[in-house]
Design a protein around this ligand. Structure first.
Ligand SMILES: CC(C)(COP(=O)(O)OP(=O)(O)OC[C@H]1O[C@@H](n2cnc3c(N)ncnc32)[C@H](O)[C@@H]1OP(=O)(O)O)[C@@H](O)C(=O)NCCC(=O)NCCS
Length: 227
């Protein structure tokens, strides 16, 4: 009886160690990316064992491989198992580049036709989503080295240029040029190529209508006060 229990424990230990070895080898660059981008990550082993963003990526890579050979049900099943254990839902059809990192993770959704470049960082609560029920490419394309802040929504078949930063809770529904910072609802570019944008001169991006009304009211109050 005791022998059987010891044998079972040894088998379980073997499975866990094999899994750890598999993840350390095949996800080495993703683990290093997590360590680089999260100052709270203390060790390689901590990332492997305790980072839901990495676990979600492991589920996704397996699901995506199955999706690529048209095993759609199995792919979706693995993706949903990943969602159950991590709180992160990445559709197996999405295309994700190298050194992808999801920090904290909970509530992240990546849609079926989303394309994500290399070195992208998503924070918790971000959505790379569609805007309707049309078929075909309906989710965003993120360039390389893009960061999407906590709770931000990037919606529709739009492109976010390389090295751009989407601020926390922004809702982005239009293309974003490379090297930009976008904040607000709807998202507007506040910085480009390291320079602050003069929002009043920005004719390309729609301004937040509520902010515009408040600005106008403030202006009128100032004028009245002067009088
Ligand atoms: C957008 C962000 C990258 C700041 O970029 P930045 O270029 O350094 O911007 P600044 O701090 O100079 O702010 C520029 C303007 O945008 C405003 N702003 C900054 N972040 C904003 C946000 N998320 N939503 C709305 N407005 C924001 C600032 O108040 C400032 O407004 P002002 O020019 O009227 O004073 C940052 O604020 C952000 O949202 N990061 C997300 C981080 C995150 O999600 N962390 C999660 C950790 S768990």
């Amino acid at each position: 009886m005791l022998d059987n229990i010891v044998n079972i424990l040894l088998i379980l230990l073997g499975v866990v160690l094999t899994k750890l070895l598999f993840i350390s080898i095949f996800f080495y660059s993703d683990i290093r990316a997590a360590q680089k981008r999260d100052p709270a990550a203390k060790s390689f082993m901590e990332v492997i064992l305790l980072y839901p963003g990495l676990h979600a990526l492991v589920y996704y890579r397996i699901a995506h491989a199955l999706y690529a050979v048209h095993l759609f049900f199995l792919a979706r099943f693995i993706s949903q198992a990943g969602r159950f254990f991590t709180g992160i839902e990445i559709h197996p059809g999405a295309k994700i580049g190298k050194r992808f990192f999801i920090d904290h993770g909970l509530g992240v959704v990546v849609g079926e036709t989303a394309i994500v470049g290399d070195d992208v960082l998503l924070y918790q609560g971000t959505t790379l989503g569609g805007t309707g029920i049309i078929k075909g490419k309906r989710h965003p394309t993120l360039g390389n080295n893009v960061v999407v802040g906590a709770g931000a929504k990037v919606l529709g078949n739009i492109t976010i240029g390389d090295n751009s930063y989407i601020g926390a809770n922004a809702v982005v529904i239009k293309d974003v040029p490379p090297n930009s910072t976008v904040v607000g609802v709807p998202g507007r570019v506040t910085k480009q190529d390291g320079k602050k944008m003069d929002v009043a001169l920005d004719h390309v991006h729609t301004l937040d209508p509520i902010k515009q009304s408040i600005d106008e009211l403030e202006e009128r109050i100032k004028n009245l006060e002067k009088k």
